[in-house]
Design a protein around this ligand. Structure first.
Ligand code: AHG
Ligand code: MN
Ligand code: MN
Length: 337
């Protein structure tokens, strides 16, 4: 039995410190939380409710959609469109932005999301998650456009993720540190279990898809080689490696015990005109906000991700994030060329 702080209580108490707060934002976050509870339930029931497998369609980025990619996108739209807090939404799984339908009032916020991150893991019962970010709608709320979404990550009001793992967790920042909540399935509430999460500045653990090694740029090759060389090499220490293929699960591990996660730009992507693997608005920006708020770093290799000016909705970007001293080392390797 848990008698702790619920996520709703936590958000309301945080809002009391913000002068002029109307409750709109609290209410919006509550709807996002509800959507994640619905998804947690769906993911948890898996094959019992027939949600595994491919939907037989492709998204705007040419990726085959899983049934759960499509369903989770629908859940997010339905949970968040009605309450009057949003002007529009944008998702990894939709070609265009989704202005709030005319029958509902429109509000001053924008919501972006990756409804199901790591969906290649869903059929094999490995952790997946949801990533979201909240922005203010700069252009007025009447006719929201794609341009309204193209804001640097530093402009985010809040960002978070839900992790559907052995426990379902919600990790959240409103720019005032990072807090983690665990879903108590019996009472249907997220309870504060991980207050003020901090990423250790040093680590001996890295995560990268090593099947891309032959395409890596020199600074990444150098960093990974030095980790692999272990005690006998330049670092003088043994390193451990992990690759889950769910960014949510990797970031959660890093928030819990430190580490570095890399999905860098490489020669293969360059040759095909792709700017990276991960999406700036749905994955890189929210995760960078969370990681920085927990004391970590997040860069493309040469630049801070949160400073990037997005140019298109579905823009991709090189991502290197995690323990601060390691991220700084990787930045230096890039500066040295
Ligand atoms: P998504 O399932 O939303 O398309 O995102 C998958 C992303 C990310 O979560 C993960 O780190 C990476 O893609 C996995 O890439 P590989 O397939 O190269 O391992
Ligand atoms: Mn994703
Ligand atoms: Mn996804």
């Amino acid at each position: 039995m848990h008698n702790g702080t619920t996520i709703t209580q936590f958000i309301i108490e945080e809002q009391r410190h913000i002068a002029g707060a109307t409750g709109d934002f609290t209410s919006l976050l509550n709807d996002v939380v509800t959507a994640c509870k619905v998804l947690s339930n769906m993911v948890n029931h898996g094959a019992l409710v027939g949600v595994l497998g491919s939907a037989g369609t492709e998204n705007v980025q040419g990726e085959t959609q899983k049934k759960l990619d499509v369903l989770s996108n629908e859940v997010f739209l339905k949970s968040n469109e009605w309450a009057g807090h949003l002007a529009a939404m944008a998702s990894e799984e939709m070609d265009e932005i989704y202005p709030i339908p005319a029958q509902y009032p429109r509000g001053k916020y924008l919501l972006t999301f990756d409804p199901l991150d790591g969906s290649s893991n869903i059929d094999v019962n490995v952790s997946v998650g949801t990533i979201f970010s909240i922005l203010r709608c700069p252009g007025g709320t009447d006719e929201p456009t794609e341009r309204d979404f193209l804001q640097a990550g530093t402009q985010q009001i809040a960002a978070g993720y839900a992790l559907y793992g052995p426990s379902t967790m919600m990790v959240l920042t409103t720019g005032n540190g990072v807090n983690g909540f665990t879903l108590d399935q019996n009472i249907g509430e997220f309870i504060l279990t991980h207050p003020d999460m901090k990423i250790p500045a040093d680590t001996r653990e890295f995560a990268i898809n090593a099947s891309n090694m032959r395409f890596w740029d020199e600074p990444i090759r150098r960093y990974v080689q030095e980790c692999l060389d272990g005690e006998e090499g330049a670092r003088g220490e043994d390193f451990n490696m992990r690759w889950i293929a769910s960014m949510v699960a990797e970031v959660h591990r890093i928030l819990t015990r430190g580490g570095v996660f890399m999905y860098p730009m490489d020669a293969k992507m360059r040759a095909s005109g792709q700017d990276g693997k991960l999406r700036l608005l749905y994955e890189a920006n929210p995760m960078s906000f969370i990681v920085e708020q927990a004391g970590g770093g997040s860069i493309t290799g040469t630049e801070r991700i949160l400073d990037l000016q997005p140019e298109t909705l579905h823009q991709r970007v090189s991502v290197i994030l995690g323990s601060k001293n390691e991220v700084e080392r990787i930045l230096e390797y890039h500066q040295q060329g």
